[in-house]
Design a protein around this ligand. Structure first.
Ligand code: NDP
Ligand code: HSE
Length: 435
């Protein structure tokens, strides 16, 4: 059996675990593939750093020479970021290698180029680890559900932010302390801004929407809000409502008026939202991820598991590695992405959502009527109001029915300008609660 030679790009949190699994499971992997996997080289930035199971002769800082070497069959990219990862993957596919990557940032920013190269050069391109860590989610969308009509994908797809929100909710931890813990556990991106500002979740949402709806979606198309603006008032407000705050990624097919065809567009968005504690997503703790897929014939499916961390992510990378290796042994290749549907990505303002709004107002007659009139003027229907008198002031908590996001945002904007409103203390979308 001729060995299949693997070039590994990056040997950090994920790459080092890939090396460990290749080493520890070598015999089983050989049996499962029908040929042994052999490490041909490992590209890193710091050549002098010792790496377990990697002999110094395998290390190089010249990643481009490694990916184009004739004795390399498969390239595994776990460097991250746009460049040099993009040039390396393109060169690898051009020179006939099969490719495995965990790089959601690149696939979401310039998927057109990467998927286009896979088609042009007939290369295998697998990327299960790019979304939701260890959870098998992309293969079900690419293969198992490809015959169905997916209507909605909603979930928690960023481990770092879920870890932070969970620590804030359950342990009263500070944002900064919780982020530091997430970093030390290997969950965060090299620049954690990608996590806390929602860029990482937005990249994953773009990949999910593209696969679910067979339509081109890039990171720039995704409405994105991170968790840095989530205040202790938001977390306390959610608690009082028997809800929790979660950073959600939501990809929806927006139906035509008559409900036929592929729909009039898609809505793809990432933001922190309140969800009832009774909802299954509310019980997703620490760095776990969970994603619901709603498809016309399959109904509702839930995917749950470890969303970040070296070993869980390496499991997904190894799964892809075995798949591309089997394809090479069998002289075949995996599925090719097609984005034939060309559905428009609808603006956030047209998306129908619900809001939770907490106001500090003057406690005098007519205030509630004035506030209610403002909501009515924007055609936003109120589902519930709760008033709590506090001396000269009162706290008003308002939860709306579903309305276009633009109308809700305009309502809040005008509330801020009312002189009877001392402060708009908390504004949060409400999801997964179909009132
Ligand atoms: P790390 O920062 O831990 O590791 C990055 C690795 O890439 C390091 O070994 C680094 O070398 C190497 N590297 C950086 N720049 C270069 C370069 N120019 N040439 C060669 N090597 C380079 O990142 P992670 O392992 O956490 O993440 C890797 C990828 O996996 C990213 O795309 C990330 O988004 C994705 N991912 C990560 C998950 C996680 O939980 N960590 C989960 C899912 C996906 P050196 O060691 O010398 O610094
Ligand atoms: N930083 C990412 C997260 C890694 O926290 O989810 C997994 O993609």
């Amino acid at each position: 059996m001729k060995p299949l030679r693997v070039a590994l790009l990056g040997c950090g949190t994920v790459g080092s675990e890939v090396v460990r699994l290749l080493h520890e499971q070598a015999a089983d992997l050989t049996a499962r593939i029908g040929a042994p996997l052999e490490l041909a080289g490992v590209a890193v930035r710091r050549i002098d750093k010792a790496r377990a199971h990697v002999t110094p002769d395998l290390l190089t800082t010249d990643a481009m020479s490694l990916v184009t070497r004739e004795d390399v069959d498969i390239v595994v990219e776990v460097i991250g970021g746009i460049e040099p990862a993009r040039s390396l993957l393109l060169a690898a596919m051009k020179s006939g290698k099969s490719v495995v990557t965990a790089n959601k940032a690149l696939l979401a920013e310039d998927g057109e180029t990467i998927f286009g190269a896979a088609r042009e050069y007939g290369a295998d391109l697998y990327y299960e680890a790019a979304v939701a860590g260890a959870i098998p989610l992309l293969r079900p969308l690419r293969e198992s559900l490809v015959g169905d009509h997916v209507k909605r994908v909603i979930g928690i797809v960023n481990g770092t932010t879920n870890y932070i929100l969970d620590r804030m909710d359950a342990h009263g931890a500070s944002f900064v302390d919780a982020l530091e813990e997430a970093q030390s556990l290997g969950y965060a991106e090299a620049d954690p801004t990608a996590d806390v500002e929602g860029f990482d979740a937005a990249a994953k949402a773009a990949i999910l929407a593209q696969l679910a709806f067979h339509t081109p979606v890039s990171a720039a198309d995704v409405h994105r809000e991170g968790i840095t603006e989530v205040t202790s008032a938001d977390v306390a407000g959610a608690k009082a409502m028997n809800s929790v705050v979660k950073l959600l990624a939501i990809c929806e097919r927006v139906p035509d008026a008559d409900g036929s065809g592929n729909g009039r567009g898609v809505s793809v968005r990432v933001y922190p939202a309140m969800i009832p504690r009774s909802h299954p997503l509310a019980s997703v703790r620490e760095a776990y991820n969970a994603v619901f897929v709603e498809a016309e014939s399959a109904g509702s499916l839930m995917f749950y598991g470890a969303g970040a961390g070296g070993a869980p992510t390496a499991s997904a990378v190894l799964g892809d590695l075995v798949a591309v290796a089997r394809n090479r042994v069998g002289g075949t290749r995996g599925p090719v992405e097609v984005t034939y549907a060309e559905l428009p990505v609808l603006p956030m303002g047209e998306t129908v959502t619900r809001y939770y709004i907490q106001l500090d107002v003057a406690d005098r007659s007519g205030v509630l009527a004035q506030v209610a009139e403002l909501f009515a003027r924007h055609d936003v229907s109120i589902q519930a109001v709760q008033q709590d008198g506090r001396g000269e002031d009162a706290q008003l908590v308002i939860v709306t029915h579903r309305a276009p996001d633009a109308a809700l945002a305009a309502t809040v904007e005008e509330l801020r300008r009312l002189d009877i409103v001392r402060e708009v203390a908390s504004v949060m979308r409400v999801e997964a609660d179909d009132a």
